[in-house]
Design a protein around this ligand. Structure first.
Ligand SMILES: [Zn+2]
Length: 274
């Protein structure tokens, strides 16, 4: 029962067949990629020393962040006690620089009281990302939540009104205000609030095993915390609430706190959501 691995459509992906029992852990992965691997059912596993879920079917999942240098060490302990250690090389990517002008100045350099509010809101969102469910909704693959022109790429170094900011943690897809946003994979809503200072209308969906999506700048929210959503179900509408210079959907994907590139997800067809 080997399962197809996905680290995005990456040429460097090699499958390393471990001896004896079918276990698949890739030999390399790309920065920003999510990898699904299969190990013998009943195994336990750690990724860089952190215990991760192994599903009843032997599925495990992990991601590499934008600045991950690797190698990522995966240790699998089989039911019979045999231990396999795989060091996964991480392929570096070149990150574009994106200059965005016309951003409202009070959102680029917020005053102290606003900075405190932003910190509070971000802590609340970060807490929602700690959920570690046995559900394998991520394994069904992902569809585009909206279709349109990509107006911002994951990982780009952003310069707002001339001030360098942290790298872009997701991808932006330019769509008209009010465009329905669909759940890219099934899951449970772990956060749903309008009016966050930077991100405006904000929804998080947990897809299981620490994999989650976030949807920002929404003009409308159709879901509540705790609600189960199916892939393709409308969760809200795109807008430009929070820090945005035009209507678009910001879609981010995480493995716990590690931010990933949605374009590298399993099932996402092609390289653009047109
Ligand atoms: Zn964005």
């Amino acid at each position: 029962m080997t399962r197809t691995l996905s680290a995005g459509a990456l040429p460097a992906l090699l499958l390393l067949a471990l001896p004896c029992v079918a276990a698949t852990v890739p030999a390399s992965m790309s920065q920003g990629a999510l990898v699904e691997a299969t190990v013998p059912a009943g195994s336990t596993a750690t990724v860089n020393g952190k215990s991760v879920h192994v599903g009843a079917d032997g599925m495990l999942v992990f991601g590499a962040g934008r600045d991950e240098k690797g190698p990522i060490t995966v240790v699998v302990t089989r039911p019979d006690g045999q231990r396999d250690t795989t060091r996964i090389a991480v392929t570096a990517r070149a990150w574009p620089v994106e200059r965005v002008n016309g951003v409202p100045p009070k959102t680029v350099n917020p005053p102290p009281d606003i900075a405190a509010r932003i910190q509070r809101e971000q802590a609340e969102v970060a807490a929602a990302r700690q959920r570690d469910d046995e559900r394998e909704d991520f394994a069904q693959g992902f569809i585009w939540p909206v279709k349109g022109r990509i107006s911002g790429r994951f990982g780009s170094q952003r310069i707002f009104n001339g001030t360098p900011k942290s790298p872009h943690p997701g991808m932006d897809i330019a769509v008209p205000e009010g465009t329905p946003v669909k759940a890219p994979a099934s899951g449970i809503v772990t956060f749903a609030k309008p009016g966050l200072y930077l991100t405006g209308g904000t929804v998080l969906i947990d897809h299981g095993f620490g994999v989650s999506s976030n949807f920002l700048h929404l003009s409308r929210l159709n879901v509540k915390v705790g609600q189960h959503v199916q892939q393709g179900e409308v969760i809200g509408a795109a807008g430009m609430t929070g820090r945005a210079t035009g209507p678009h959907l910001h879609w981010g994907v995480n493995w716990f706190e590690v931010r990933l590139d949605p374009m590298l997800l399993q099932g996402i067809e092609g390289t653009s959501p047109h």
